[in-house]
Design a binder for this molecule. Structure first.
Ligand SMILES: Nc1ncnc2c1ncn2[C@@H]1O[C@H](COP(=O)(O)OP(=O)(O)O)[C@@H](O)[C@H]1O
Ligand SMILES: [Mg+2]
Length: 253
């Protein structure tokens, strides 16, 4: 079972879109997938067709009230399993702060989860204790990056964070960096993309996720883009990314 966090402390870079559509595209390859939503906004949850306010449990119940994690898993309309999030998760990072092992609550809980090939975790756009929990529970991190000037500015922070967390999680590594919301007609986009390649080298996924309106529309219909419009550029790109991600597992064996 590989646990992958989709993280970047910047908001609006395509984390949630990547988590949902990567989960859906890996699921379409007949792999067993669990997606975990760790953002109180619950957008990833909604994106799989679940009604976030109707969730019986979130991870808040696991961390604070000792509800068994397996009871929080639901089958989403998108076809794969999900641990959903909603505003009940807001403030959980503060509530768990004084607990022993507060950074490893998810890692500990995940020890009773089995039967999945991939667990994909969608993180909130901050480095709060929930995100730390995700980074402690995972092996690889996938970093979505929008090719704009400020992406480069955030780069140092991100690398530093991952370095610091490697004390808590020696297995932590950057599985890959994926360019999102890409508009190749824009010169700045191309320049930043080239700089990211220079900085990350082999860590860059070859697949680039284009700016594609279908990717933005699909969540309003509670569907991954694969179900919403499977021949769109966005759907094709995420299928390709899923192939790259799954291939990494094979070559690591
Ligand atoms: N490749 C894309 N093309 C078009 N719109 C996108 C794309 N990726 C994300 N979006 C839209 O951009 C916004 C931010 O994306 P989101 O995945 O929620 O980012 P994050 O989770 O990093 O905050 C959302 O409205 C989403 O629908
Ligand atoms: Mg998000």
């Amino acid at each position: 079972m590989e646990i992958i966090a989709v993280a970047n402390q910047k908001g609006g870079v395509g984390k949630t879109t990547t988590a949902v559509n990567l989960a859906a595209s890996i699921h379409a390859k007949r792999k067993k997938v669990l997606m975990i939503d760790l953002d109180p906004q619950g957008n990833a949850t909604t994106g799989t067709g679940l009604e976030k306010l109707a969730l019986e449990y979130t991870l808040a119940d696991v961390f604070i009230d000792d509800i068994p994690i397996n009871e929080t898993i639901v089958r989403s309309p998108a076809g794969f399993d999900v641990i959903g999030a909603n505003r009940e998760l807001a403030g959980t990072d503060i509530s768990i702060m004084t607990m022993t092992n507060s950074h490893a609550l998810l890692k500990t809980a995940m020890e009773s989860v089995s039967g999945y090939d991939y667990v994909i975790i969608d993180c909130a756009p901050s480095l709060n204790l929930l995100t730390v929990n995700a980074l402690v529970a995972t092996q690889g991190v996938i970093i979505p990056m929008q090719c704009e000037y400020y992406a480069l500015e955030g780069l140092a922070d991100l690398s530093q964070t991952i370095e610091r967390l490697s004390e808590l999680n020696p297995d932590l590594y950057i599985r890959g960096v994926v360019r999102t919301l890409y508009d190749g007609r824009n010169t700045l986009t191309r320049d930043v993309s080239a700089e990211l390649e220079a900085h990350f080298g082999e860590l860059m996924y070859k697949t680039i996720i284009p700016r594609n309106i279908r990717l933005a529309e699909a969540p309003a219909h509670g569907m991954p883009v694969l179900a919403f419009e499977k021949n769109s550029k966005g759907a094709k790109a995420y299928r390709k990314l899923a192939t790259e991600v799954v291939k990494q597992s094979r070559s690591a064996q």
